[in-house]
Design a protein around this ligand. Structure first.
Ligand code: PCA
Length: 327
């Protein structure tokens, strides 16, 4: 019995070698779950990354991208990669702030509120992210910022007082904290469930990018976008370290090269999508409004409170990171 199975195995391997014309060919397959729709610029960028890896390795590493939280829900993706249920994955870093404050550094209102400052913050955050993920058996391949975050609302907002009692969608601990600070009612809903929540009236307001407003067709339910440009949270593509180290050196190199390219391409795409998505919202009847000085001042105060709270939790390491960023 044993011998027969072995013979069958040898025959199959031989057949594979013959078909492929090489004895050294071994194909590796990875799953890469993401939480955002296939048409989102992050996901399109990841699809290109997977394609680049496929081409550069001559098909030796095939990465299947699972969009729109179809394989794992957004908050579960990091754990899935850590536990090898998926070899790689895309996570929204700020979702993991309760695990380590470091992950929430790019979710603090007005700490880094432009593409340039956000890239600078990323450079200060990156060594710490690598260290933390490394301790957890993972590695950061690349990260890309979402467009700047503004406030979606049903009615015009003169100041933050107009958000009192409003049903507010949060996607992270920080966006839930904002609700508390302005007196709104937070409910945590990930992007893949946002359209539904808007349609059923569970959500009347939220902060996010123009990109997510377009993905979720928010213009069908809410009429205003206050372009506060408050922060630019990042999606990070991470990999299970053991899975990465199991690759041969040239495949590893191809992954790193494709990741570096994806990072550059992703930041450029984010800037473009920031402009185009606001146009799309407008074309669909939304008012894109510059926040009033009062609303701006209120949100700035929220940001100051949250930075203070964050620094209290993040300790000397967090302070050093903020100092490095502000230098
Ligand atoms: N879109 C994601 C996170 C940040 C963003 O711009 C969301 O709203 O879920």
């Amino acid at each position: 019995m044993k011998l027969r199975r072995l013979t069958a195995h040898v025959l199959t391997s031989a057949a594979v070698s013959l078909t492929l014309g090489t004895t050294a060919f071994a194909q590796t397959k990875w799953d890469l779950p993401t939480a955002y729709p296939a048409t989102n610029f992050h996901t399109e960028n990841i699809a290109q990354f997977a394609d680049d890896v496929d081409k550069a390795t001559g098909g030796k590493l095939k990465i299947t991208v699972h969009a729109n939280a179809s394989l794992f829900k957004a908050p579960e993706i990091k754990r899935a990669v850590q536990s090898s249920q998926a070899q790689a994955g895309e996570i929204l870093l700020v979702n993991y702030q309760n695990e380590a404050p470091l992950f929430g550094a790019d979710g603090l209102p007005f700490l880094a509120d432009s593409y340039d400052s956000s890239m600078k913050l990323y450079q200060a955050q990156k060594p710490l992210l690598q260290k933390k993920l490394g301790e957890q058996g993972m590695s950061l391949l690349y990260a890309v910022a979402w467009p700047p975050q503004g406030i979606y609302a049903k009615k015009s907002l003169a100041s933050a007082a107009d958000l009192k009692g409003v049903k507010w969608r949060a996607y992270s601990p920080a966006t839930a904290r904002i609700a508390e600070l302005v007196g709104a009612q937070p409910v945590t809903i990930q992007a893949s469930e946002l359209s539904q929540a808007l349609a059923t009236g569970v959500v009347e307001s939220y902060m996010s990018s123009g990109s997510t407003g377009v993905d979720s067709k928010t213009y069908e339910h809410l009429k205003f976008f206050f372009d506060t440009q408050a922060w630019l949270p990042k999606n990070a593509v991470i990999v299970n370290k053991a899975a990465f180290e199991a690759l041969d050196p040239s495949t590893r190199q191809a992954v790193l090269k494709a990741a570096a390219d994806a990072e550059v391409r992703g930041w450029a795409a984010s800037r473009r999508v920031n402009a185009s998505s606001l146009e799309t919202l407008k074309a669909n009847g939304m008012s894109i409004v510059a926040p009033s000085p009062a609303l701006k001042a209120d949100m700035k105060k929220v940001g100051d409170t949250m930075l203070k709270e964050w620094l209290d939790k993040a300790g000397p390491e967090g302070q050093a990171m903020v100092d490095a960023y502000r230098k």
